[in-house]
Design a protein around this ligand. Structure first.
Ligand SMILES: [Fe+2]
Length: 296
């Protein structure tokens, strides 16, 4: 596979020692640009302001590894407007840092009314898998693809409620969205595991319902149970079900470019550098085993 970049990690500051001492542990770095600048909100003048020290750090990372951008602020599921200023900022970031690809989530995190242009929901909320949402997302992704000349990926989201009477099953919705809009799929296997745990469906049947030609990136992560729900908390090591899914899916994704391990830095101490290296090595071993993959 010519375009396979390798095994990457979602950057946070707890990784600095590991990246300095074992730089070959990862083949690329994923960053969430939204955590590197202030955003004064929709309609504000001088809205985006990158912190200089952070900008310097991204440039340093970009000198050593390819970078990919994982956005959390497009809120493409927000009905009523498309955040063009946010897109302009993504274009500027793309020009500055040269990301291999950009991605965001199949969800929304901003709502509005007649008086206030932006309320944050503080949580990525799920969308209904129906025709109206399909058309809205297709239009918005089209606007992004017109102006950003790299692949744009949508990530399957975790959800904690289900809607009745949807036109599409989730897998069919994702396949049709990729087909109509030309976006790629960022397949988060831990989100699949979380949804399957909470809503009691078969993980592999879900994978089989996707069009795996769409998959450009895979996310792997760990989570935990709070109360009655299994949460996508990125709380350290991947669990066995996620490894099993990775093993199942990698050989069948002909356009896969990267497998990214995500963890929240507040859980660094549950793994330490050694534990993180184990996760990366495990992911690399699965990729190497696949006849489709040539790791760097
Ligand atoms: Fe993810």
């Amino acid at each position: 596979m010519n375009d396979f970049v390798g095994v990457g990690i979602l950057y946070n500051r707890s990784l600095d020692t590991l990246l300095d001492t074992v730089p070959d542990a990862v083949d690329y770095i994923e960053i969430i640009p939204d955590t590197w600048f202030s955003d004064k909100g929709v309609g504000a003048a001088g809205r985006f302001d990158m912190f200089p020290a952070y900008e310097k750090r991204i440039l340093e990372l970009g000198q050593r590894w390819p970078l990919v951008a994982h956005h959390v602020g497009f809120s493409l599921g927000t009905a009523g407007y498309f955040d063009e200023a946010y897109l302009d900022n993504v274009i500027r970031l793309q020009e500055q840092f040269g990301f291999l690809w950009n991605s965001d989530h199949l969800s929304y995190s901003k709502v509005h009314d007649e008086e206030v242009t932006e309320y944050s929901t503080c949580l990525a909320l799920p969308l209904t898998f129906d025709e109206e949402v399909m058309e809205m997302l297709t239009g918005k992704i089209g606007q992004i693809k017109e102006k950003v000349d790299t692949p744009f990926l949508m990530e399957n989201n975790v959800y904690f409620v289900k809607f009745n009477e949807e036109k599409y099953e989730e897998g069919a919705f994702l396949a049709e969205l990729c087909n109509r809009s030309g976006c790629g799929l960022l397949l988060d296997l831990h989100n699949v595991h979380a949804n399957a745990t909470n809503f009691n469906f078969d993980r592999k049947q879900f994978i089989d319902s996707l069009d795996l030609k769409d998959v450009v990136e895979i996310h792997i992560a760990g989570g935990n149970v709070i109360g009655e729900m299994y949460l996508d908390s990125h709380s350290g090591r991947c669990n066995d079900e996620v490894w099993e899914l990775l093993d199942y899916v990698v050989p069948n994704c002909p356009n896969l470019r990267g497998v990214t391990f995500e963890f929240h830095e507040s859980y660094f101490n549950t793994m330490g550098n050694e534990g993180i290296l184990e996760q990366l090595e495990h992911a690399r071993a699965i990729c190497l085993k696949s006849k489709n993959i040539v790791c760097p």
